[in-house]
Ligand binder design. Structure first.
Ligand SMILES: NC(=O)c1ccc[n+]([C@@H]2O[C@H](COP(=O)([O-])OP(=O)(O)OC[C@H]3O[C@@H](n4cnc5c(N)ncnc54)[C@H](OP(=O)(O)O)[C@@H]3O)[C@@H](O)[C@H]2O)c1
Length: 318
C-alpha cells in the first residue's frame, strides 16, 4: 500500500476548487487503527471550510483535505489497541482534523464505534454527524425534558433531520423551521409543527424551553424566544459576520439567563455507541438525500449549497 485517492483543494473558493488527488495512506501507529472508508456524509461545515469562511480556524496551509465523518471497515489494528479487530464495521468522526474523503483514515480507537448492524453504510452515514451532534446538543447541553417546547432551526438538514427525531423521542413538542418544500418532510420525521423559515417572523413563533440552532444567524433574536429557564444550544455561528456573531454569543453570557451554548463536537466511542443504539432500535431513521461518487464531490457541494437538502448527501468512496 502506498498512495490513496482523496478529495483535496489548493485554495479557498467555489466547489470547482475541489479535486481528487493522491495522498500517502496515513500511517497506522501502534496506538491507532487504519479504517478503509466506504462512505462519508457531507456536512454543512465542509462547505464553509472549502469557501474559506472558517480560515481563522483551519489556517492557510494547502493542499487541504476534506471530510469529517466516515463509515468503513477496520483494515489494520495497532499492537496496543484492544477491543477492535480487523474487518470490524465501524463508524467515527475525525474531530477537529479533516480528511475522511479518502480511501483510508488512521484514527484513535476512542473515535470509532461499531456501525449500526441494521443499516447499510450509506444509511448509517446519514445518521452519523447529525446523530452525534444532536445527542450532545439535546441530551448533554440542553437536557430536554418530556413536554418541553423545542425549536429546531434547520430541521431538514444533516443535523436538524436527526434532531427533530431525537427531540420527539425525548418527549418534546417539536417545532421545526425549514424551507417551504421541506415542511411535509420534517413533519414526516415527527415534527409537531413545521414552518417556512423564509416567511415566518420571529414574533409568530412563541416561546421555547429549548432552541437548537443549526443555522448560526440572528442568534440574539432566537435567544429572546426562550421561556424562563430556557436553554439555547448553537452548533454553528455567523461566519459571514463573525464579529457580530461573537458579540451576540458573548453578550448572552453576561445578560440574562439564556446563555447561547455554542459547542464544537468531539465525539468519543461512548457517544458514537449511543447513536448506534438509537439507530439499531429504530429510534432514528436514515435520511439519505443523494449518494454521490467521490469523483463528483464538487457536484455534491453544489447540491448542498443550492438548498432544499433532505437529510444527508452521501459520498461513496470504496
Ligand atoms: N458544532 C458541531 O459539533 C457541529 C456538528 C455538525 C454540524 N455543525 C454545523 O452545523 C451547521 C449545519 O450543519 P448541517 O450538516 O446540518 O448542514 P446542512 O445539512 O447544510 O443543513 C442546514 C439546514 O439549514 C437550513 N437553513 C438554512 N437557512 C436557514 C434559516 N435561516 N432558517 C432555518 N433553516 C435554515 C437549510 O435549509 P435549505 O437547504 O432549505 O435552505 C438546511 O436544511 C453547519 O454550520 C455545520 O458546520 C456543527
Amino acid at each position: 500500500m502506498s498512495d490513496m485517492r482523496a478529495a483535496l483543494f489548493d485554495r479557498f473558493g467555489p466547489p470547482e476548487v475541489l479535486y481528487i488527488g493522491k495522498r500517502p495512506i496515513p500511517t497506522r501507529t501502534p496506538e491507532n487503527v487504519l479504517v478503509r472508508v466506504h462512505v462519508t456524509g457531507l456536512n454543512g461545515g465542509e462547505l464553509l471550510d472549502r469557501a474559506g469562511k472558517t480560515r481563522l480556524v483551519t489556517g492557510r496551509t494547502f493542499p487541504k483535505a476534506s471530510g469529517i465523518d466516515f463509515v468503513g471497515e477496520v483494515a489494520e489494528v495497532g499492537a496496543s489497541v484492544t477491543g477492535v479487530r480487523e474487518g470490524d464495521r465501524v463508524w467515527g468522526l475525525l474531530g477537529r482534523r479533516t480528511g475522511s474523503l479518502a480511501e483510508y483514515v488512521a484514527v484513535s480507537p476512542r473515535r470509532i464505534a461499531p456501525a449500526p448492524a441494521n443499516l447499510t453504510p450509506v444509511q448509517a452515514a446519514s445518521l452519523l454527524a447529525g446523530g452525534a451532534t444532536s445527542v450532545t446538543a439535546l441530551r448533554d447541553k440542553a437536557a430536554v425534558k418530556p413536554g418541553e417546547r423545542l425549536l429546531v432551526r434547520g430541521g431538514s438538514g444533516g443535523v436538524g433531520s436527526v434532531a427533530v427525531q431525537l427531540g420527539k423521542l425525548m418527549g418534546a413538542h417539536v417545532v421545526a423551521l425549514a424551507g417551504a418544500n421541506n415542511l411535509d418532510f420534517v413533519r414526516g420525521l415527527g415534527a409537531d409543527e413545521a414552518l417556512d423559515y423564509r416567511t415566518t417572523r420571529l414574533s409568530e413563533l412563541g416561546r421555547f424551553d429549548v432552541v437548537l440552532d443549526t443555522v448560526g444567524k440572528q442568534q440574539a433574536g432566537f435567544r429572546r424566544l426562550l421561556a424562563p429557564g430556557g436553554r439555547m444550544v448553537a452548533v454553528t455561528f455567523d461566519f459571514d459576520r463573525p464579529l457580530a456573531g461573537l458579540a451576540a454569543v458573548l453578550a448572552s453570557t453576561v445578560h440574562g439567563t439564556g446563555r447561547i451554548r455554542v459547542f464544537s463536537g468531539n465525539p468519543d466511542t461512548e457517544l458514537l455507541t449511543e447513536v448506534t443504539r438509537h439507530a439499531e432500535r429504530g429510534d432514528i431513521v436514515p435520511v439519505v438525500d443523494t449518494v454521490h461518487p467521490l469523483d463528483r464531490i464538487a457536484d455534491a457541494h453544489r447540491a448542498l449549497a443550492a438548498g432544499g437538502v433532505r437529510g444527508k448527501h452521501i459520498i461513496r468512496i470504496t
